[in-house]
Structure formats: C-alpha cells, structure tokens
Ligand binder design. Structure first.
Ligand code: FE2
Length: 251
C-alpha cells in the first residue's frame, strides 16, 4: 500500500501546496505599491456593509433533492482528487473542480496554494470562470448556476473522517472580488461536521446552501466520512448581493 503522506487514494504522487510562511503579506506595503488596487470602491463598501447587515451564516432558499445529489455523486466520483495536501500532514479532503481556468479538468488541483506553486503566481478567484465537465454533471446545482450567471473558482469538497481546515480567513480585505456560498450535502450534518465562524459553532441544515462570511476567522473538521460540501465563489457585485437578499431564508 502506498504511503498516505505521499500518495493519493489512486496511488498518484501528491502535489503539495506551497509553504504557509511564503504566503504572509503586508497589506500596508501592497497599498504603497498599488494604492488603487487596495482602496475599497464604493461598490465594495455598499456590498460589504449590506452583507454584514445580513449575517455571517445565512441559509438561502434553494431546494436540493437528496436523491439527485446521490446520483450526481455517482457521475463525478471518478474525478475526486486530494485537496491541497501539505507535507507531513494527513488530511482526508477530496475535491472535484466545477469552475476553473480555461480547459481545466475536474481533477485538476483545486487549492489556490497548489495552483500558485504550479503557475508561479496566484490567479484571481474570478479568473476560474470556465465550467468543467463536472459542472455539467452536477445537475442539482444548475438552478444556482443559472441564478447567479458568472461564477468564479468553485468545487465540490468531500471531508472524510479526520479531514479539516485549520483557522484561516479566505480573503480578509473588503476589496475581495468574490464572496463565498457553501452548500452542505451527503452526510454533512451537526453530528459529524463542525464549522466555527467568528468563535461560534454554526448550525448545519442538511441539503442547504449558505452565504458564509469567510472574511472572519473560521475552521472546520469532520468526524466521519462523506461530509460533502459545495464551495462557490460568486463575483461580488451589488446585483449579486441583491440576488442573495432575494433568496434569504427568513425574508
Ligand atoms: Fe475558508
């Protein structure tokens, strides 16, 4: 049997993400270099203030069929590949890419740190706008894709027992170009998947898509297999914020 630290479930050698220490950035220095890029626009401020007013963890009114999700899983299961492995750490996370760079395969490495190592630079979330073969097969999300139109980097992620994300913030600056929607499917439930955002354990309604404020510090861990999630990057525009407001659970 292959070593899990170095090979994925299919026996392929793992492609490790770049070391965290390289990633630390100084926002004040970045601002000095390109102030226009690091100064929030009025649309940034409008969108972020409105989203803050809604909450950090907001369920949306999309209906998902459990049966369709299970059928979709059968169609995409051969695409699953290890998500962003790091040297010396066991972390059972498997992903399938839904929207990527032009020509991307659903099994392409999905994590930004891996992609940065591969390309030598970090592409923007919204550059991953091309649907992969798996996007077409994930029919249970076609209503969501149709509703928002353009999407950024998006993927299905399956956390098995022991799969986790340590504390992090996705992009902590209000100039972020995309916002995160996260759907919970498969066996994802309170019993086996823990999500903490801003110091609080969050409730998980199965088969539900949420707006999640991933600027705030968060972490998650799965105690059992098949905690399935869909991670969507939606372009942060005032129109998309209004679209989110139009499908809020609870009005
Ligand atoms: Fe995150």
């Amino acid at each position: 049997m292959k070593n899990s630290y170095t090979h994925d479930n299919n026996g392929n050698e793992l492609y490790h993400a770049i070391d965290d220490k390289v990633r630390k950035v100084n926002y004040a220095d970045l601002y000095e270099e390109t102030p226009e890029e690091w100064t929030p626009s009025s649309e940034d401020i409008s969108c972020e203030l409105q989203l803050l007013g809604l909450g950090d963890w907001e369920p949306l009114n999309f209906n998902f069929s459990e049966k369709e999700w299970e059928d979709n899983q059968k169609s995409i299961e051969h695409f699953y590949t290890t998500f962003q492995p790091r040297e010396g750490i066991l972390n059972d996370r498997q992903s399938v890419l839904l929207y990527g760079l032009e020509g991307d395969h659903p099994s392409r490495p999905t994590g930004l740190d891996q992609i940065r190592r591969e390309l030598g630079y970090m592409p923007l979330e919204e550059e991953f706008k091309y649907p992969t073969e798996a996007q077409k097969l994930l029919t249970s999300y076609h209503d969501v894709f149709d509703y928002f139109g353009d999407m950024g980097r998006s993927f299905v992620i399956k956390l098995n027992a022991g799969g986790f994300y340590p504390y992090h913030r996705d992009f902590p600056f209000i100039t972020r170009n995309t916002i995160r929607l996260i759907g919970f499917h498969g066996k994802s439930s309170q019993d086996q998947l823990e999500w903490e955002v801003a110091g609080q354990r969050q409730p998980i309604i199965p088969n539900t898509l949420y707006y999640v404020n991933t600027m705030k510090r968060h972490r998650l861990s799965s105690w059992k297999h098949n905690s399935d999630m869909v991670v969507l990057n939606v372009p942060k525009t005032w129109k998309n914020v209004l679209k989110i407001m139009s499908v809020l659970n609870g009005g």
